[in-house]
Write a protein that binds this ligand. Structure first.
Ligand code: UD1
Ligand code: CA
Length: 460
């Protein structure tokens, strides 16, 4: 049977106390609702119900294969699903997901769909220690699910029920079309509760089959910043475990953050407080020291990344050493055996094999050859205020300390640039080029202080 998916993402999320719509708050670097969309993608057509902050949510998903349904007023979860129904094939099965329940696995959703295909209402429930805030599952004496009672409606007896509604269900569209129009908002929140369709199902002789989840963390909803932080840590711990199972040494599983996808080779060593973002690929024997941030980069085998280094959008070859305190920006390629040291910034530049830029340099929009030595404090002046220009440095060139290369400029192979040179014209290969004022010594010169002291001595 055709499956269509309704993702509820219209709520304000007042408990987040934020201007940002709740479903756009990030877990492991990704918006809450995006986790859901990523998980269900491919199971069927996705309808995203937007309302609060609709423009922001639509912008966020503008590149995705989802169709938007606007719920102008947030009148409850039942009302939200009802807004989507006119666009849903009435012969399909509808999977209802919550944009603020990001951790559910695809197999779990598939399990619910399978129940609905069988003709029942598939409902995901879970037993939890502290059910506060969740809808409670009501079963009759034979154990059949006959209703859901929301926290605010529950009697003291019902409040003690520890089996709760996760919010996820799969139902035939024809049932939803029949039941949703019958919902009433005569309850303590004045909302159309989706959960009321469970008692309707039961009263209409449609069996509700509860699938009981086992992992509380999988089905937890995010309603406030504290729950967001708790889920983030749980998520990161899972990621750390995955890395360790794959053979990485993780010094402290509580101090690593992966906001995206991290792929690793063998014998990777990860020290404390490292943040990975986007897609990062680490080769074998990579060592990363504390305090590094690495985003969208490919790191070769045997690379050593020293403390407090930031790497973004770079390709780093085998056996390179980077840092401490280096900043490697997008478009950088460090060829094998290159060395980039402390307080060096590299942007959109290739540093050739076994070349060294070890201290206090800026290399931007440059092609640096093999076995080049860039001395301390040397920089490329790549920007004239309007355009960016390129610097080429040939193989085995030596750039003396504190040189200023004003681009566009070519430095030939094996050229030797004297320390402190400011160069705006091409530098020939082989020879020594030096562009600095010659030193002058004035013999017998006296400083004003010495002069004043002498004058004082002659007066007395
Ligand atoms: C809901 C369930 C509760 C369940 C809990 C699980 C109802 C009435 N209650 O409560 O039984 O235990 O989830 O996490 O369904 N939304 C809209 N439009 C609206 C209202 C909500 O799109 O008018 C969306 C929200 O953006 C959110 C989801 O629906 O993604 C759930 O809404 P929320 O207000 O968080 O419901 P809960 O009180 O958590
Ligand atoms: Ca919720």
């Amino acid at each position: 049977m055709n499956v269509e998916i309704v993702v509820l993402a219209a709520g304000k999320g007042s408990r987040m106390k934020s201007k940002l719509p709740k479903v756009l708050h990030r877990l492991a670097g990704k918006a809450l609702a995006e986790h859901v969309v990523d998980t269900v993608e491919g199971l069927g057509k996705i309808h995203l119900v937007v309302g609060h902050g609709a423009n922001q949510v639509e912008d966020h998903f503008s590149e995705r294969a989802v169709s938007f349904v606007t719920q102008t007023e947030q009148l409850g979860t039942g009302h939200a699903v009802a807004q989507a129904m006119p666009n849903v094939d009435p012969e399909s099965i509808v999977l209802i997901c919550y944009g603020d329940v990001p951790g559910v696995r695809r197999e779990t959703y598939e399990g619910l769909i399978a129940i609905a295909e069988h003709g029942d209402v598939g409902l995901l429930t879970i037993r939890i220690k502290d059910p506060t805030g969740y809808g409670r599952i009501i079963r009759d004496e034979r154990g059949n699910v006959v209703g859901i009672v929301e926290q605010k409606e529950a009697t003291i007896e019902e409040l003690s029920i520890d089996e709760v509604n996760t919010g996820l269900m799969a139902v035939k569209a024809k049932y939803l079309n029949e039941w949703l129009p019958k919902l009433s908002a005569a309850n303590s929140k004045g909302e159309y509760y989706l959960t009321d369709i469970i008692s309707m199902a039961s009263n209409n002789g449609v069996k509700v089959t509860a699938m009981m989840g086992r992992d509380e963390k999988e089905v937890a909803g995010i309603n406030n910043k504290e729950q967001l932080a708790v889920m983030e840590r749980a998520w990161q711990l899972r990621e750390a475990r995955r890395l360790m199972q794959a053979g990485a040494t993780v010094i402290d599983p509580a101090r690593i953050d992966v906001r995206g996808t991290l792929k690793i080779g063998q014998d990777v060593f990860l020290d404390a407080n490292i943040l990975f973002e986007g897609l990062v690929v680490l080769g074998d024997d990579v060592q990363i020291a504390p305090g590094c941030v690495i985003r969208n980069s490919v790191i070769g085998n045997g690379v050593i990344i020293k403390p407090n280094t930031v790497i973004d959008g770079a390709t780093i070859g085998d056996d390179v050493s980077v840092g401490p305190f280096a900043r490697i920006r997008p478009g950088t390629v460090l060829a094998p055996d290159a060395q980039v040291g402390n307080f060096v910034e590299v942007k959109n530049a290739t540093i050739g094999q076994a070349s060294k830029v070890n201290h206090l340099s800026y290399i931007g929009d440059a092609e640096v050859g093999r076995k080049v030595n860039v001395g301390a404090g040397s920089i490329t002046c790549n920007y004239d205020g309007v355009k960016k220009h390129t610097t080429h440095i040939g193989d085995e060139a030596f750039i003396g300390s504190n040189s200023t290369l004003i681009a566009p400029i070519n430095v030939g192979d094996n050229a030797f640039v004297g320390a402190g040179s400011t160069l705006s014209k091409n530098v020939p290969a082989q020879d020594l080029t030096i562009a600095r004022a010659e030193a002058k010594t004035i013999t017998g010169w006296q400083s004003p202080l010495v002069k004043a002291q002498k004058a004082e001595a002659s007066e007395s």
